[in-house]
Design a binder for this molecule. Sequence first.
Ligand SMILES: Cc1cc2nc3c(=O)[nH]c(=O)nc-3n(C[C@H](O)[C@H](O)[C@H](O)COP(=O)(O)OP(=O)(O)OC[C@H]3O[C@@H](n4cnc5c(N)ncnc54)[C@H](O)[C@@H]3O)c2cc1C
Length: 456
Amino acid sequence: MRGYHAEMSTKSIREPERDLPVRGEYDVVVLGGGPAGIAAAAAAGMLGRKTLLIERYGFLGGMGTAAGVTNFCGLHANVHGEIRRVVHGVADELLARIDRLGGLNAPHVTFGKIAAQAYDTAAYKCAADDLLLGHGVDLLFHALGAGVIMEPDDTIRALILETKSGRMAVLGRMFIDCSGDGDLAAWSGAPFELGDGRGSMLYPTMMFRVNGVDPAAAGEAWLTVPRLMDEAETRGMRFPRKKPVVRPQKNPIEWRVNVTQMKKPDGSALNGADVDELTAGEIEGRRQAMEFFEFLKREAPGFGNSYIVDTPPQLGIRETRRVSGHYQLTREDVLSCASFPDTIGVNGWPIEAHVAGDVKLEWPDIPGSRGFNHLPYRMLLPQKVRNLLVAGRCASMTHEGQSAARVSGGCFVMGQAAGSAAHLALSGNSALAEIPVEALQGLLEKNGVYLGRDVN
Ligand SMILES: Cc1cc2nc3c(=O)[nH]c(=O)nc-3n(C[C@H](O)[C@H](O)[C@H](O)COP(=O)(O)OP(=O)(O)OC[C@H]3O[C@@H](n4cnc5c(N)ncnc54)[C@H](O)[C@@H]3O)c2cc1C
C-alpha cells in the first residue's frame, strides 16, 4: 500500500510526573459517542444519573457520521419470513428526531431478506445532540481519552483526557467503554482479542457520497453497478472488493458508495488501532474512492454529471479490539438464533464478514427460524475490572459473532443496557456482575426495549 511505513522507533523519552486538573466527578462516564455511546449515555441520563459523554470529534454518531456510513442496519429482523423492526428504546427516540429534521429514509429491503434505513449525517448529529441534552447528559467534545488511573488495581478511578485546554482527569463511579476500539478496557487491564487471531480483522472501508446523480437514469444502480464491475473485470479492470453498496440517500440525487477496502502490503486487513496504518489507510482510501468514482461516472447510467460531495472525516473501521468478557457472542449463536436467560435485546443482522476482496454473508434459516438471536448481558461485562462495562463493536464477541452484532442496531441495544445496568449497580450498591438481571430486563422493557422472548 502506498504511504505505508512499518518502521518503529526504538527510542523513548520520559515524561515528567504532573498533577492534573479534575474536570468533574460523575456517576457514569461514557467514552465514545457512536450508537453504543449515545444509547448508553441517554439511558443513564434518563434514569437520573449524572452522566458525561466524552467524544474526540465535535459531533456524535461514531462511524455512522465520522466514517460516512449513513445507513442503519440491524434495526430489523426477518421473523419467520416477515421483516420486522426489533430494535426500539433509545433508538426510537433518535430516529424520530432524525425524521423530524427531514433526514431519514423509509426502510429499504436489502439482500432480498432484511431491511436497512439510510439517514443524513447532518440530521443525525443534531438529533443526537438534542436527545442527549434532553436527557440531561453533559457532553464533552474534542476530548481524546488517553489513559486511566486505577484505585485499587481492579477499579477505574479516573479517565485521563487530552484536550485543547490541556490534559485533565474526569472522576467516575461507573465507566462505559463505547470507543469501538476498547481503548478504556485495554488501558484498565481487561483482557481483549484483536481481530481473527491470525493477524487480520474485518477490512476497513473509506465511504464516499456522490451528488448530482440522475435518479431516474440510475434506476436500481445497486443491481446494475455490480454487473458493470463484472463486465469491466473481463476487460482487465480490478476493484478493491466485490459486492459494492451503491444506494440513494434521502435526496435521491445523493448516493452513498461503500466499495473500497484497505489492506496492508501482506494482504491482511489494515489495523485501525495503529496510527501509522490509519494514516496510510486514509490516503489509500481517498485514492481508491477517486478511482472507483471515475469508473462510476464513466460507465454507470445516471452518474455522468455527478461528483464526489464528501469523503468523511475518517476511514471506516469495522473491527479492532474485542473485549473477552463473561460471555463471547459467537457465529453459532447468530446462525442458530440463540436464546439467553440474560437477554438485553436482540440482533437480527446476519454474519457479514469483510474478507479479502469480498463480503461473505451467512444467514440463519429464513423463514424457518425467528431470524434473531438474543444479546446476553454477560457480553458487556469485561474480566478483571469492577466498574467497567463495554458496549458496541468492542463488546465481548468472537471475530465472527462481531461481524453481525457490530452494526448500529446491536450497538444501540448494548448501549442502552449498559447505561441501565450502571444505574442499577449504583442504586443497589452492587458489583456490575451481580445486579439482578430481572430488574435490568424490567427496566429495559419499561423503556421500550424488545427482549425477543415472545418468539421461538
Ligand atoms: C465502512 C463501514 C460501513 C458500515 N456500514 C454499516 C451500515 O450500513 N449499517 C450499520 O448499521 N452499520 C454499518 N457499519 C458498522 C457500524 O457503523 C459500526 O460498527 C458502529 O458504528 C459501531 O458503533 P460503536 O458505537 O460501537 O462504535 P463507533 O461507531 O466506532 O463509535 C466510537 C466512537 O468513539 C469515539 N472514540 C474512539 N476512541 C476514542 C477516544 N480514545 N477518546 C474519545 N473518543 C473516542 C469515536 O470518535 C467514535 O465516535 C459500517 C461500518 C463501516 C466501517
